[in-house]
Design a protein around this ligand. Structure first.
Ligand code: NSS
Length: 430
């Protein structure tokens, strides 16, 4: 008897004819044919068919299995029989079955139930094959980003989530009562990343970001994971090169390791070839105008405009040199044209922005000026300003939204599918 530990089903399906094995999982479906029951058992690795006969497992268990409901859990011992008609090409002929946890009633997640019901019961609906795939790809992609960054000399740091000063504007801050003082949940690790480069030069953090976004779109969450890189002595263009190399690597490796699952969800997914297109904000407005979309100079691009731009100029595309007034206070103005900043958004059809980044202001007086201009209080940013007092260096960085990236990779209709338990304005349960 081979006791399969973990990855039961895949290993069962790969076992040779005649092997005696024990597997465990949940009942995906069941078919009773007189003295024979076919149970399709699932775990994270697949689905295997188990053939159960009363004369082998005993009358009592057989009767129990006749009545048993979907999603009950059990372990099964049996003999592997190669069979091209069975899913995965093999069947287990059970010699004994041990019911671990019988479902107390019919499993409520069924074909035809509404989206809302699925989300209210996310703790149950995550058992579906598709969610299992997305969660596995999420784990893989997270590992690939880290692997690439470590391989290129970036050190992972861990920043606080409870903070006192906004990085991306006051409008989307979640307030927290911190022993009677006002604090917030972090929108971005960037400001702390900027401090960390004076100790480590090339850093990244990968952690939750929080935004009280009221926008209910297919690409907004109130809690999402952001991968944020910061690098000393790096300029704006260096960041775009880094992003395209890293993203192309992750897509290529993901296709290599999970190609079957990915192309099932996203049949048009192809490896990306750096360099990606680059277009300035001004030229983007020109292209949009040609496509019948008018954007006033100075406004940030919205989701619809970003999607349209991708259709007009191709995807992925870096949009660079946004107007200073459309972006956060920390962006470095273009020395040759100070009304625009050395920044970029990376857009991918149809989700639009998946990365935002650029070069930071490294000059003390200019930073104070921009903080005041943005209506913020320099006192709240004292430590951040202080970084420009002692050995300030040119530096750049960016943030990539993990769930937006996964939406693109898996062609998800809504960003909440990229999260185990999504948080949106309307949802903080389960
Ligand atoms: O606001 S960003 O454009 N930029 C920053 O937060 C910088 N401080 C990052 C940095 O340079 N270190 O957000 C970055 C990315 C953005 O491109 C999206 O992919 C993602 O974070 N993002 C979101 N994902 C899901 N939901 C929401 N609400 C959201 N907001 C940003």
């Amino acid at each position: 008897l081979t006791e399969l530990k973990g990855a039961f089903v895949r290993r069962a399906l790969k076992s040779p004819e005649g092997a005696v094995i024990r597997t465990a999982g949940w009942i995906y479906s069941k078919n009773v044919l007189g003295k024979l029951i076919f149970i399709r058992l699932r775990d994270s690795t697949g689905i295997v068919q188990i053939a159960v006969r009363a004369d082998r497992v005993g009358e009592e268990v057989f009767e129990q299995l006749k009545r048993i409901q979907q999603e009950s859990s059990l372990s099964a011992t049996g003999v592997v029989k190669r069979d091209p008609r069975a899913p995965g090409g093999a069947e287990i002929q059970a010699t004994s079955i041990n019911v671990l946890g019988a479902s107390m009633e019919a499993f409520p997640i069924r074909l035809g139930v509404g989206k809302r019901f699925l989300l209210d019961n996310r703790h149950l609906s995550i058992r579906g094959r598709r969610t299992t795939s997305v969660l596995k790809i999420r784990a893989l992609v997270s590992e690939l980003f880290r692997r690439w960054l470590r391989g290129h000399g970036y050190i992972e740091i861990h920043n606080p989530s409870l903070i006192t000063a906004a990085c991306e504007g006051g409008a989307t801050l979640f307030k927290v009562d911190y022993f009677g003082k006002r604090a917030y949940l972090t929108q971005s690790g960037q400001l702390y990343n900027e401090a960390a480069i004076t100790s480590l030069e090339r850093v990244f953090c990968f952690q939750p970001s929080f935004r009280a976004e009221v926008s209910r779109t297919m690409r907004h969450l109130t809690e999402f994971w952001q991968l944020e890189i910061e690098e000393a002595f790096a300029e704006h263009d260096d960041m775009m090169r880094l992003e395209e190399e890293m993203i192309a690597y992750v897509v290529r490796e993901a296709l290599d390791k999970k190609g079957r699952e990915l192309t099932k969800m996203n049949p048009s997914l192809r490896p990306l070839e750096p360099p990606f297109r680059r277009i300035t904000y001004d030229d983007a407005l020109g292209a949009l105008k040609g496509g019948g979309v008018d954007v006033e100079w100075g406004a940030d691009l919205g989701a619809d405009e970003e999607k349209r731009l991708c259709e007009l100029v191709g995807s992925p595309v870096f949009v660079t040199h946004y107007p200073a007034k459309a972006k956060a206070f920390y962006h470095k103005p273009d020395p040759s044209r100070p009304d625009v900043v050395l920044c970029h958004d990376l857009l991918i059809w149809p989700y639009g922005e998946i990365v935002g980044g650029g070069q930071r202001i490294d000059d003390y007086s200019l930073l104070v000026e921009k903080i005041v201009e943005s209506g913020l209080d320099p006192k709240d940013y004292q430590w951040y300003i202080d970084l420009r007092r002692y050995g300030s260096v040119p530096h750049s960085g960016f943030g990539l939204g993990l769930e937006r990236f996964l939406s693109y990779l898996c062609a998800l209709p809504h960003i909440r599918e990229a999260v185990l338990f999504p948080r949106t304005p309307a949802r903080i349960y389960p």
